[in-house]
Design a protein around this ligand. Structure first.
Ligand code: TYD
Ligand code: MG
Length: 458
């Protein structure tokens, strides 16, 4: 009998090697390689042996009806999923511990239970704990089938029953284990094998499958990245635990747009939807203080206004501090360098703090101009007008570049009562000049130097 071969798998990236090493060659992670028993790979040398069945090719156009979608009753979640959940689809929900994944999915399960049979399988909490949570969420009466289980074999047999559910929540995939695999639950081979089996069953039976996945310190869904390839939709639930806002972000979606986000607020009765996030993010803003600027951003198809705060203070340190919350620190360094080299505003002797108020994370380069305005405003101690919104990308020569969806940003600003907008003047390819502002008065700037001119102290 052949000796069982073992192999070494990086628990961070899933790379396989034949020898143990302290550092993974593929992703550079230290101490992440573990020995695992090799599983059966695809048999080699298929070609030439018994021929396979011929597959039928079809045209791209077909008469299949649009995929029916189930709605959870949580509008923010449905929108992030592309307008509801498609039967047979698998969704991976990632996020830091304690951010609210179990709460969100229990609420979604409650909403779905009104329309279809749904099972909630928790490997993390005992039945009583989930019941307590359900009572707190006002869902104790919802017909959700609840179980606490971790053995894959048991879970598969229960779901594959005649009266099996149409939607299933597995909380979390890291707690599920297959007894055919030696590795501990949560390791790459366990997570991958369990997810693959569950997904196969979901596709075969056509039920909706939610998998909860933990996130590592580095912000990856723990264990294999391969999990992200296996599922149809990857949602990240993020937010700052110090704030009550939670953002649900689709990073992959086979059934809808990705960059869509849903905004929630964590209350003592669970997550409540935030239909008008701009108003919420601006709620605590104090007008007419220097260093504060309202950025008109876009999150997916949704415009969102947020306050960007900067503090520029004299530093006593030899290398002054640069602290950023909610934005990319490399991008801040770039804006500071452009201010220095192209506009003569040197802040190298100052500590610089930048904060996106409310706990939102901004990834768009379109926030450059708003950041620059907040920095200049703080450095010169003259406020950005309280009724002004700002957006625009900054290039390395200091030019202010046009950004997408200018009209939508301005419309949101007008809706929330803003009166002025600081926008790029450069025309966009195939479009007119600076966006027409409707009721807003538009100040178009072509270079960062023009922004400095706005903040000269009288
Ligand atoms: P949970 O859903 O357990 O997080 P995860 O599954 O992502 O680990 O959320 C836990 C946190 O949410 C916990 O700190 C308590 C808080 N919470 C509320 O504030 N209100 C609520 O109604 C519930 C159910 C939880
Ligand atoms: Mg949980």
């Amino acid at each position: 009998m052949a000796k069982p071969v073992s192999r070494f798998v990086c628990q961070e990236c899933g790379a396989v090697t034949s020898k143990w090493a302290g550092k993974c060659e593929a992703c550079g992670a230290w101490n992440a390689i573990l020995e695992e028993a090799a599983r059966d790979e695809v048999p080699k040398g298929l070609s030439g042996s018994k021929p396979g069945r011929r597959i039928d090719f079809v045209g791209l156009e077909g008469s299949s009806a649009p995929l029916p979608r189930l709605t959870t009753g949580i509008a923010e979640l449905d929108r992030v999923c592309g307008g509801g959940l498609v039967a047979g689809s698998c969704l991976l929900v990632g996020g830091d511990p304690g951010i609210g994944k179990s709460t969100l999915l229990l609420q979604a399960a409650g909403g779905l239970s009104a329309q279809t049979a749904i099972a909630y399988i928790s490997g993390e909490e005992a039945v009583d704990q989930v019941r307590m949570r359900a009572a707190r969420l006002g869902l104790a009466k919802a017909p959700v089938r609840l179980a606490s289980a971790t053995n894959l074999r048991d879970i598969l047999s229960s779901l594959d029953a005649v009266d099996g559910p149409q939607a299933v929540v597995i909380d979390s995939i890291q707690t599920v284990y297959a007894d055919t695999i030696e590795a501990a639950p949560g390791t790459v081979s366990q997570v991958r094998a369990c997810a693959a089996e569950l997904i196969r069953l979901a596709k075969r039976r056509g039920f909706i499958l939610f998998l909860v996945g933990h996130v590592t310190k580095e912000g990856m869904i723990a264990g294999p990245r391969v999990l992200e390839h296996m599922v149809d939709t990857v949602l990240y639930f993020e937010g700052d635990r110090g704030h009550q806002f939670r953002i649900l972000r689709a990073v992959k979606n086979r059934f809808g747009a990705t960059d869509e986000i849903g905004v929630f607020e964590m209350t003592d009765r669970g997550l409540s939807e935030v239909a008008n996030p701009s108003a919420l993010f601006l709620a605590e803003r104090r007008g007419n203080v220097s260093g504060s600027c309202v950025y008109a951003g876009m999150e997916g198809t949704r415009p969102m206004l947020v306050e960007i705060q900067a503090l520029v203070a004299p530093s006593t340190l030899s290398s002054p501090r640069r602290a950023v919350v909610g934005w990319d620190s490399n991008r801040l360094s770039m804006v500071l360098a452009v201010l220095d080299a192209r506009c003569g505003l040197a802040l190298s002797g100052n500590d610089v703090y930048l904060n996106v108020a409310g706990g939102l994370r901004i990834t768009e380069p379109a926030a450059d101009l708003a950041v620059a305005a907040a920095l200049v405003s703080s450095a010169s101690d003259s406020p950005v007008p309280a009724d002004m919104v700002v957006f625009g990308e900054i290039g390395l020569s200091g030019e202010v570049r046009a950004v997408a969806q200018g009209e939508a940003r301005l419309k949101e600003a007008a809706k929330l009562g803003f009166a002025q907008a600081l926008v790029p003047s450069s025309p966009r390819k195939g479009r007119g000049a600076a966006p027409a502002g409707g009721s807003l008065s538009i100040r178009a700037v072509g270079h960062l130097q023009d922004v400095l001119g706005l903040f000269q102290r009288a």
